[in-house]
Design a protein around this ligand. Structure first.
Ligand code: URA
Length: 422
């Protein structure tokens, strides 16, 4: 087999054979196919697509590039959730302990933020002492003793995806449905969960900007999971406006703890409960009552044990940014739009995100929202508070916010988009 013929097949809109796919993924993982050759193939896939048979084989080859985890020794059914990424999406933080408190085991392998979307591990690392890197044995121990674990995927899990995702990130080839679906599902299938709920985000702050693309991504991923024996369901959820009232690492941990304490913003609570119900249903725990587990403190108990089991201090004060700047409403009326992408870019520029994988993030940086679409605002009232340790970033972040919100005349009718769209 030679790589040029594989690239030519896809360049010329042909179908890759199972042998071509198995060979190219294996050879790339072993370093026999060069990055520039894989970039050419990824671009050909982005432009010409792959059919369901090719996507299934590509995913299987990426799973086979590494180890598979196994949770059959656990006494509880396993359930996991994956979000395709958004702004202010802190749902994993309250959700994992909540679902564990209802009887499932939640092995949540999570990632870091890149670009304008935040990453669960960056958020949790703002808790003093908390460790994202666990050995497989440690991960199993935390899962077994607390019911939930949130940690980084080990190097042995789908190594082909690790290399390929890093390459796609710098070659403009992230936004291809076949590549996104196979990337996410290879990791989730290799992780060994029995059931999986996909939170496919739709809107300006998401990879998928239209409901049609989100539907296609969701159905491709559900098909891949089902074919590999993982009970997989997907919700399409809104990402036109940020989730909750915060975007930024420690800011989002604080908001998640509010949800676990029985409070928190309505949209975060609604989505957490909707996903919890799907996860519990997929795990066969249909009688569990997640709303009760939030209200009676049992989800909070699991959170505290889970954080402590990974070295964190659940009672420690969270980091706070050194500087703040308030953005005020320029007029009185109804906030009719607050764009997720603009807020995400502002939080990223303030220091909550990174431009390159190796960059550090600021734990306290981010954006706090004082109003959500549909709220009435008064001229001069705080609309957003920007948080950073480096005040020279305020101007750069403010630039990203230009044109990101609209205020309609007082009394303007506002029709809210549902949090769960489908
Ligand atoms: N998340 C992933 O893990 N992979 C993608 O390709 C996109 C989002």
């Amino acid at each position: 087999m030679d790589v040029i013929s594989v690239i030519r097949t896809k360049r010329d809109r042909g179908e890759l054979s199972p042998e071509q796919i198995d060979w190219v993924i294996d050879a790339y993982t072993r370093g026999e196919v060069a990055d520039e050759q894989m970039s050419a193939l990824a671009m050909a896939i982005l432009l010409n697509g792959m059919n369901r048979t090719e996507i299934a084989r590509w995913t299987a080859a990426m799973i086979a590039s590494g180890e598979r985890m196994e949770f059959s020794a656990l006494s509880r059914p396993t359930a996991d959730k994956h979000s395709t990424g958004g702004v202010g999406d802190k749902i994993t933080l309250p959700l994992a302990p909540l679902v564990a408190a209802c009887g499932a085991a939640v092995p949540q392998l999570s990632g870091r933020g890149l670009g304008h979307t935040g990453g669960t591990l960056d958020k949790l690392e703002s808790i003093p002492g908390w460790r994202a890197l666990l050995s497989n044995e440690e991960m199993l121990r935390v899962l077994d003793t607390t019911g939930a674990v949130i940690c980084a995927a080990g190097d042995g899990l789908a190594p082909a995806d690790k290399k390929l995702y890093a390459l796609r990130d710098v070659t403009g080839t992230v936004e291809a449905i076949p590549l996104i679906a196979s990337s996410i599902m290879s990791k989730k299938i290799a992780e060994g969960t029995g059931s999986l709920v996909l939170d496919v985000k739709v809107g300006s702050g998401a990879f998928m900007k239209t409901i049609e693309d989100a539907r296609e991504l969701a159905s491709t991923m559900v098909g891949l999971g089902t074919d590999h024996g993982v009970k997989t369901v997907a919700l399409l959820t809104d990402m036109a406006t940020p989730l909750g009232l915060t975007a930024g690492n420690a800011l989002e941990v604080r908001e998640s703890v509010e949800v676990l304490a029985g409070g928190g913003p309505a949209d975060v609570v609604e989505l957490t409960l909707a996903l919890a119900r799907e996860m519990l249903d997929a795990a066969g725990l249909r009688d569990a009552d997640p709303a009760k587990a939030l209200a009676d403190g049992s989800a909070m108990d699991v959170w505290r044990r889970m954080i402590a089991a990974q070295g964190g201090d659940p009672d420690a004060a969270l980091p706070v940014a050194r500087e703040r700047q308030v953005v005020t409403a320029p007029a009185s009326g109804v906030l009719t739009r607050l764009d997720a992408y603009g807020v995400g870019v502002a939080a990223w520029r303030l220091g909550a995100g990174r431009a390159r994988k190796e960059d550090p993030v600021q734990a306290g940086a981010g954006v706090e929202l004082h109003a959500k679409p549909g709220d009435t605002v008064t001229a001069g009232q705080p609309l957003l508070t920007l948080h950073t340790d480096t005040p020279e970033k305020f101007a750069y972040a403010t630039e990203a916010l230009a044109g990101t919100y609209d205020i309609g005349a007082p009394g303007t009718a506002y029709e809210a988009t549902p949090v769960v769209r489908e």
